[in-house]
Design a protein around this ligand. Structure first.
Ligand SMILES: C=C/C=C(\O)C(=O)O
Length: 264
């Protein structure tokens, strides 16, 4: 476990992606991959990072096809991975970024049940927000299996939250349409139904899974419920805007080295 966590952390620190880690773990052992992820999270907390929630990954058939996997996974969100809207992402901060549009939920109550219902989830959710997840792989060329991505914190990089909270009685997350543009051109489209049937269904899967692991979702937790459409590659200078029906718009920009530090 230590060797794998070390390799992934070294890749993140140096900006040089590492080889796939699956060969260092027992074949197809997702439990071992989550143990690597837990080690990474424990090291982060020991180093003073603040754990603020979880991301769900691999929820959309389009993303599952892109990565050749067939089930969802989850990763950890730290406060220092949040990028405020209007603050460009510095060049070199990520290795191989791609962008996804998602619905984010912020909990107002604990969700400790192994068998949570939609009613439990609706009662426990304080509000929803539109979100961009900037996924990133510490593994060269995104050559990943489910074991690689789980060990690598579900390939999470950064995230951007929109600023207008929406109560869940104002939005139909299953029916909501999403479109994501890069520099004004549409690069990803989908609906809530493309996210494991509904972002709420994805959140129920996470709540149940974490309760089963004895580490349930808690009041205040942020949940990124998973991509509503295919991931889109990002490069320096790119600007992304997602519109999610009922949730509104969220935007981010990748600074280019040429303009970084220039007066605005
Ligand atoms: C590789 C990462 C995939 C996701 O984050 C997703 O499907 O939402």
């Amino acid at each position: 476990m230590t060797e794998v966590a070390d390799a992934l952390e070294e890749a993140a620190r140096t900006g040089v992606p590492c080889a796939p880690v699956r060969s260092l773990l027992p074949a197809a052992d997702i439990g071992a991959a989550y143990a690597v992820q837990r080690l990474h999270v424990e090291r982060g907390i020991t180093a003073g990072r603040r754990l603020v929630g979880r991301k769900i990954g691999l929820t959309s058939p389009a993303v599952q096809r892109q990565l050749g996997v067939d089930r969802p996974d989850f990763g950890a969100l730290f406060a220092d991975m949040a990028v405020p809207e209007g603050q460009p992402i510095a060049p070199g901060r990520l290795l191989q970024p791609k962008v996804e549009a998602e619905a984010a939920l912020v909990l107002g109550a604990d969700l400790p049940y192994r068998d949570p219902t939609v009613a439990d989830l609706l009662r426990a959710t304080a509000f929803a927000l539109p979100a961009l997840e900037i996924v990133d792989s510490r593994i060269a060329d995104w050559d990943i299996t489910i074991v690689d991505t789980v060990a690598d914190n579900a390939s999470c990089g950064l995230y951007v939250l929109g600023g207008t909270p929406v109560p869940l009685d104002r939005v139909d997350l299953r029916a909501a349409t999403m479109s994501l543009t890069r520099n004004g051109e549409t690069v990803s489209e989908g609906t809530g139904a493309d996210c494991l049937g509904s972002p709420l269904t994805a959140a129920l899967w996470l709540a149940s899974t974490l309760a089963g692991l004895g580490d349930p979702l808690r009041a205040g937790d942020l949940v990124l419920t998973g991509a509503l459409g295919p991931m889109a590659r990002a490069a320096e200078g790119d600007e992304f805007t997602a519109h999610i029906e009922g949730l509104g718009t969220v935007t981010t920009a990748f600074a280019s080295a040429a303009t970084e530090g220039a007066a605005v």
